[in-house]
Design a protein around this ligand. Structure first.
Ligand SMILES: [Mg+2]
Length: 295
């Protein structure tokens, strides 16, 4: 089933509580195979980064897996990759010319639904050769993900946790992954039945997904966003919602803690900002803002 931005805007609460859940790296143990086996090799190939592949790989993984930018939209990740590469001493020593991607930068500043459909509109409008190249890269990534990322299931406990959530809250998927991949993955593992809407990158930013579904519909302290990336936390904060972090590398423990302690606190109005802050501090300690080679 395909969803639209209108589905988010017209969303009618059935419960007093709302839970938004990120997908990649949060529900699914899919970040490593997606980033390391699909995104990174396609990026090195399509942008001619073979001469600096070691550094490109390090930076790509830093941005997308091991830093404050973990989980960010792919188009923003591409810009961040090139920003970091421009500052990389080893890349500069090799006199490698890192592309500027002016058109992509311009587009990402004015568009919030950063996905292939809006990119195509921008290509039709501007005829930009650079954006055509970005589209080819993005489409090739989707093909690689569909071909390679198979059988990657949700973390243990997820069906039990989702069942429990559904008894007391409206639950939707809040993600910056393309909808076709999201729906395929949630259906493949038969967990789509637990959520009311699956929102991907074509339906807006995560901040917008939460705003459309929750603003003026729930009390802010009854809205919870669960995610494995600072971007998920920012989306929650922008909507005054509560955040619960799934800590990268400690996902199973994080879900157990949610299941055994935090959900009960949340549903009884006791998941306080103090408790949340301690968890966020712990989460942030796992994700540095700048790479080790810059120091
Ligand atoms: Mg994620």
């Amino acid at each position: 089933m395909k969803y639209t931005t209108e589905d988010l805007k017209n969303f009618n609460p059935k419960f007093d509580y709302f839970i938004g859940i990120d997908s990649d790296g949060c529900v699914f143990d899919s970040m490593e195979p997606k980033q390391k086996e699909c995104f990174c090799p396609v990026t090195i190939e399509k942008w001619g980064l073979a001469p600096i592949s070691k550094y490109a790989r390090d930076v790509w993984e830093f941005v997308n897996l091991y830093s404050q930018d973990r989980g960010c939209n792919r188009f923003l990740a591409l810009l961040k990759l090139f920003d970091w590469l421009k500052m990389h001493p080893a890349v500069n020593r090799r006199k490698f010319e890192v592309p500027d991607l002016v058109d992509l930068r311009h587009w990402t500043k004015s568009e919030t639904k950063l996905g292939n459909p809006t990119l195509q509109q921008e290509i039709d409008r501007t005829g930009s050769e650079e954006l055509k190249k970005v589209m080819d890269w993005s489409v090739t990534i989707n093909q690689a993900v569909a071909r390679i990322v198979k059988g990657v299931g949700p973390f243990p406990l997820l069906p039990e946790i989702l069942t429990h959530m559904r008894e007391k809250a409206d639950v939707i998927v809040v993600s910056s992954t393309p909808a076709e991949a999201l729906i395929r993955e949630w259906e493949e593992h038969d967990i789509d039945r637990f959520v009311s809407i699956i929102a991907g990158q074509e339906m807006g930013s995560k901040k917008e997904h939460l705003k459309y579904t929750t603003a003026d519909k729930y009390q802010p302290e009854k809205v919870l966003m669960i995610g494995d990336a600072p971007g998920d936390m920012k989306a929650a904060k922008a909507n005054n919602a509560m955040f619960y972090p799934i800590i990268p590398g400690r996902e199973e423990e994080s879900w157990e803690r949610l299941y055994n302690e935090i959900l009960d606190l949340f549903f009884s109005g006791k998941y306080s900002r103090d408790v949340e802050t301690k968890l966020i501090d712990e989460f942030n300690s796992y994700l540095p803002a700048s790479p080790a080679w810059l120091k």
